[in-house]
Ligand binder design. Structure first.
Ligand code: ZN
Length: 197
């Protein structure tokens, strides 16, 4: 395989990248200066070597406990549960939330044979148990689709003994929408308009 084709093929595997776009990315790299490509390669390499999961919220982090979990100004009595790290990032960007997160890294999907063991649910339940009542509210911010719905129901069933208040965020988006595609204002409203379940 020619070097250029190899890079194009690598970009084609990226989510949402079509053949034309993959080619543009590869051409860009080809035309970039040596320091630029070096920085790109180092950044990708560091992604695999220095990023692991936060020991508290399971979000990606360069440190054993992520900056959000280690911030004393965050409200540790509220945990917002999201499916993916980019969902937490989107909520963070909205500025509407001052509590902590828990990242599941997926959703329960019986259709695809993905059970509770495939997501970071055990970690969430352990976290709630060890907080000994310190967590007053669990906000379920799952994607508004079938898997998200199934996951939210499953979690609320297990967590209701451990947390006094479980809420779901209010969506103004059509079913099947992804949380990380919602704009910051909509996301902020969705959080404020959350309802108890
Ligand atoms: Zn964390």
């Amino acid at each position: 395989m020619k070097s250029l084709d190899r890079v194009i093929a690598a970009f084609r595997r990226f989510p949402g990248v079509g053949p034309k776009q993959a080619e543009r990315f590869a051409m860009y790299l080809l035309r970039s200066s040596e320091p630029e490509t070096e920085e790109f390669m180092q950044a990708v390499k560091a992604l695999k070597t220095s990023v692991s999961q936060c020991g508290v919220c399971c979000d990606y982090s360069d440190t054993p406990v992520c900056p959000v979990c280690s911030d004393p100004n965050r409200d540790a009595s509220v945990i917002c549960v999201v499916q993916q790290p980019q969902d937490a990032a989107a909520i963070e960007k909205s500025g509407a939330f001052k509590g902590l997160y828990h990242v599941l890294h997926g959703a329960i999907s019986p259709m695809e044979g993905l059970g509770a063991g495939s997501i970071r649910l055990k970690e969430l339940l352990e976290r709630l148990e060890s907080s000994k009542g310190g967590v007053r509210e669990l906000i379920l911010a799952m994607d508004p689709d079938t898997e998200g719905e199934a996951t939210a129901m499953y979690i609320s069933g297990l967590a209701k003994e451990l947390v006094p208040r479980i809420t779901r965020i209010a969506y103004g988006v059509p079913l099947g929408g992804d949380l990380d595609y919602m704009d910051e204002v909509t996301l902020g409203h969705a959080l404020k308009g959350r309802t108890k379940i």
